[in-house]
Ligand binder design. Sequence first.
Ligand code: PEP
Ligand code: MG
Length: 550
Amino acid sequence: MNKYNGKSVFKGIAIGKISVYKKGEQLVKRTRIEDTQAEIKRYKDAVSEATRQLQDLYDKALKEVGEANAAIFEIHQMMLEDDGYEESVVNIIESQNMNAEYAVATTGDNFSQMFAAMDDEYMRGRAADVKDISERLITILSGKSQSGVSADEPVIVVALDLAPSETVQMDKEKVLSFVTVEGSLNSHTAILARTMSIPSLIGTNMPLDDTVDGKLGIVDGENGCIYVDPDEETIKIMTKKKEEDDNKKLLLQKLKGKENVTLDGQKVKLYANIGNIKDLALVLQNDASGIGLFRSEFIYLDKDDYPTEEEQFTIYKTVVETMAGKQVIIRTLDIGADKQCDYFNMDKEANPALGYRAIRICLTRPEVFKTQLRALFRASAFGNLAIMYPMITSTWEVEEIKRIEQEVKDELTKENIPFGNPQSGIMIETPAAVIISRALAKMVDFFSIGTNDLTQYTLAIDRQNPKLDKFYDAHHPAILEMIRMVVENAHKEGIWAGICGELGADTELTRDFLAMGVDELSVSPGSVLPIRKIIVETDVKEYIKNSGAK
Ligand code: PEP
Ligand code: MG
């Protein structure tokens, strides 16, 4: 038995035969041609055929994985029409008297190397795409057909890398799992694998030869590894794990697609919290109706320097596109306290939780704040994005935020850069914000109660100090009363109020939150379906009558 580790793109367990996927190896011959115009025409005909194929793939993907994920084939079509790419091919044919296959292969290599050398991670990911369209053109020019998985039973597909078109072209019934040696978490292939809910690994350092091909494999998406030729003991353990996994999924599956509505008709938004683009798979898998809290500071924590506008824009755009019209609430950076970033060069503080954090940094470092806002406003043109501001204590902070939002919009308008019309909300996570929530509600589109910090600041207990766990009581009547008050004030001013702190996932309180009229619960993806179960089984009016809840 051999075990190889990789990075998990999608959790789950797959057991089956391994099939090493080899690309339709394209040995391109370098041939001298005389009639360059005829060769250019041959190239242009191949481009038309490739465009037609990509349209078919787009239609297929649209049905299988939705519009946002099918968009990659539109991007490929656009790449095919790219002037630079075409100029390079035509130039090689004309100036070197070379055949179209050679001109395409050379252009494809050059462009993909150029993308691979770029600083921007998203652009590096496009290297695989340009290779993909070049392979397609060469296949068409040489009159061959595209390769695929040709197994009669479902297999674990192991490959060096997989282009998005290869992934989507595979017969899903025949694929138990994808495992690749290369690949990036941001690649469209990874996004597609997540959307398809297929256990997948990337960056798996394993051979692609006969020591693997045709052998029994077990992919453990939970622990990010694959066992090749596993021993009896491992098979037994993993089969049991898979059975448990399947049973759990089966039970919860029944709740997928169901509306979050109580027996007496009270509707609730049941959203998910994420900290990373990688968590999107879980959001989709658990059928959350939106994202209620994207902790954007993790983008900053992941880096050695400030993330650029472009880097952030790409991430936010991917999230809203993947969520395909469902609401995505992105919280502006909440650096400080326990989340320190060296490159922010902040002074040491005696009481960091009470110090320079979140909106306080943003309002005093407008250049950092505006970079993020520009990225957010730009991404809002691509989906249902809302912006949420953390650690609010005063109305002047919201006025200042609005002024800066307007500045950003004016700048983008001047630069002719499109942006949408995102909703603006605030987190209610300080006692001050609770007390003035009626006034705040007049200024924003929604509230989201951050019970983690609200508990810390209300009970004067450092949430980071494990010795104080006994005193950190999120069920404290003061906290529950504050939640009730915030919801009431929000409703008086016609806006909605939700909970995105950990307390929102506390199933002991779900009925009480419903009774209070909480409009939204945003919880970790794995908590979505268990909470949906309570919602659909509750009659709120009955509950209020029987429990005496207010
Ligand atoms: C909270 O304070 O409840 C919250 C959701 O924000 P964070 O946990 O990221 O501080
Ligand atoms: Mg907080």
